[in-house]
Design a binder for this molecule. Sequence first.
Ligand code: SAH
Length: 365
Amino acid sequence: MKIKDIDTILNQEQFSKNDLVYLLAANKEETEKLFAKAAEIKTKYVGNIVYFRGLIEFSNVCRKDCLYCGIRCGNKKVSRYTLTDDEILEAVEYSWKNNFGSIVLQSGERNDSRFVERVELLLKKIHAHTNYEMGITLSLGEQSEETYRRWLAAGAHRYLLRIESTNRELYQKIHPADNHHEFDTRKEGILLLQKTGFQVGTGVMIGLPFQTLEDLAGDLLFMKEMDIDMCGMGPYIEHVDTPMYQYVDMLMPLKQRFELALKMIATLRILMKDVNIASSTALQAIDPYGRELGLKVGANIIMPNTTPVTYHQAYSLYNNKPTVNEETDEYIADLEQHIHAAGDVIGYGVHGDSVHFGNRINKNK
Ligand code: SAH
């Protein structure tokens, strides 16, 4: 049987797992073709527009103990913080004044009733404060259906819940074996969010110990099967105070993890043409302009960190997580310049919703 070549695969409309593995394993010359195709599809289906989401990491208090994550509850070295409403509103105002169009509220995972209620009130407060103009994405972990409903009703409309890895065995290896780190519950969360009416995003970590290219191809097919609207995925970066640090010698060099993450973005853009794809902060942790490179190969969302700088160190999910102040005019001007150099314009003052979501809703009507 003739083995397919890159040009044949890139011109297909349907992709088998083997095709995806081929793309992820592409050599230098093939990678250029992959990236060029992804850029072409991005232009055609979502346009050369980047949307900003002002990221607010409002608390690192977490009930989970994920073995890769620096803010896991078992890490006693972390000083825990929670922003006040005023601090959050100030960060929101920065995004609003700068016409970012949207914010992302992210935190460690809690699902006690005080937390649920606080987020609900906060959402209402944010909308009242910003004339109901801001798009709001939540990234607050697994919650009950009732909680998702309440938060949607309070004005959030997009939710990011990364599946982290879709290989169940690998998922189990990177999470503690207790009843609140279950693959099935996390997957169910994605389904519940869709049912509730959110635009839903997921994503994975790339370059985990024990992870294969087949696993990553499986992750992409999972996103396709689940019909997700948005994706945020990035390289896994070790954190010294986590159990998974024991595998540090098994990891690919950072540069290789970075390149693989770019290939994942490009391959997803080809597989799911009209979804929103974030160029993750973890790319920026490896290369200061890593996010801009992500834009060139298919990503269309950037989340400038608008958390007050004093808290950045305490939200260290992984080593070398950037702690730059992204809330300055100089920083934004530099970001703009690099985005323009990458061939994109910035979609100021609009929500920048997932085109896929619109198409999905129309299809199901
Ligand atoms: N509590 C929320 C938000 C989690 S933090 C939730 O459960 O969804 C956001 C993301 O950071 C995680 O989903 C994970 O994919 C990523 N992350 C955590 N530790 C990481 C590491 N060591 N390297 C790279 N990404 C990491």
